[in-house]
Design a protein around this ligand. Structure first.
Ligand code: TMP
Length: 210
C-alpha cells in the first residue's frame, strides 16, 4: 500500500454510511455553515461528479446492468475515483478550499469489500492506487440500521436492491473502518435530529479548520 496522503492545503471531509442515512442533507448543511463563516467549499460526490464518472455511475447503478463480476464493479468505481481525485478533489484542495465529498474510498471497502465478500485488503489496494492514497482529514459515518434507511426509498437502484444481509455487512464495514482509525472518523447515530447531527459535525470540524 502507498503512503497515506493528507493534503497540506485545504480541508478534505468525507461523508459515508449506508443508504438513506442523511449524508446529502448533512453535507449541504455543512457547506452552508462553512460558507457563512467565509470558507470556499466544494461539495462533490462519488460516483458521478465528472463527465466520465456520469457514464460510470449509470453503468453501476442502473438495474438494467444486471449482475457484474464483482471485480468489474470494483474497477468501475475505481475509475470514477481516479478521475474524481485528479480532476476535482486535488485541484480544489490545492486552491485551499474545503472539499466535502458524499462518499469516497470507504464506500468501496464497505460495499465491494465487506458487502460483496471480496478480500477487503485487495479492494483497498486497488482504490488506494486509484486515489493516490489521498485520505480525508475527517470521515463522518452516519450510522443507521439498513432496514430504516432503505425504507426511505420507493425505487431502488442496482446497489440499493441488494439483500438486507448485504446492507448489514456494509454497515458493519463502515463501523470497522472507523474503529480502526478513530482519529480520522466521527461516527454519529443517524436517527438523531438533523440539527443535532449537524451541530456534532460542526464541533468536530471547528478543530480542523485552517
Ligand atoms: P448514492 O450516490 O445515491 O449514494 O449512490 C451510490 C451508490 O453506489 C450507493 O449504493 C453506494 C454505492 N457505492 C459503492 O458501492 N462503491 C463505491 O465506491 C461508491 C462511491 C458507492
Amino acid at each position: 500500500m502507498g503512503r497515506r496522503v493528507y493534503s497540506d492545503s485545504g480541508l478534505f471531509v468525507c461523508f459515508e454510511g449506508g443508504e438513506g442515512t442523511g449524508k446529502s442533507t448533512q453535507s449541504r448543511l455543512l457547506k452552508t455553515w462553512l460558507e457563512d463563516a467565509g470558507h470556499t467549499v466544494l461539495l462533490t460526490f462519488e460516483p458521478g461528479d465528472t463527465e466520465v464518472g456520469q457514464a460510470l455511475r449509470q453503468i453501476v447503478l442502473d438495474p438494467a446492468t444486471g449482475d457484474l463480476s464483482h471485480r468489474t464493479e470494483v474497477l468501475l468505481y475505481a475509475a470514477d475515483k481516479a478521475e474524481h481525485v485528479d480532476t476535482v478533489v486535488l485541484p480544489a484542495l490545492a486552491r485551499g478550499e474545503v472539499v466535502i465529498t458524499d462518499r469516497y474510498v470507504d464506500s468501496s471497502l464497505a460495499y465491494q469489500g465487506a458487502g460483496r465478500d471480496l478480500v477487503v485488503a485487495e479492494v483497498e489496494h486497488v482504490q488506494r492506487w486509484a486515489t493516490g492514497d489521498l485520505r480525508p482529514h475527517l470521515t463522518v459515518v452516519l450510522d443507521l440500521e439498513p432496514q430504516t434507511g432503505l425504507g426511505r426509498f420507493e425505487e431502488r437502484d442496482r446497489i440499493e436492491g441488494q439483500s438486507l444481509e448485504f446492507h448489514q455487512r456494509v454497515r458493519q464495514g463502515f463501523l470497522d473502518l472507523a474503529a480502526a482509525d478513530p482519529d480520522h472518523y466521527l461516527v454519529l447515530d443517524a436517527r438523531g435530529a438533523v440539527e443535532e447531527i449537524a451541530e456534532a459535525i460542526r464541533e468536530q470540524i471547528k478543530g480542523l479548520l485552517p
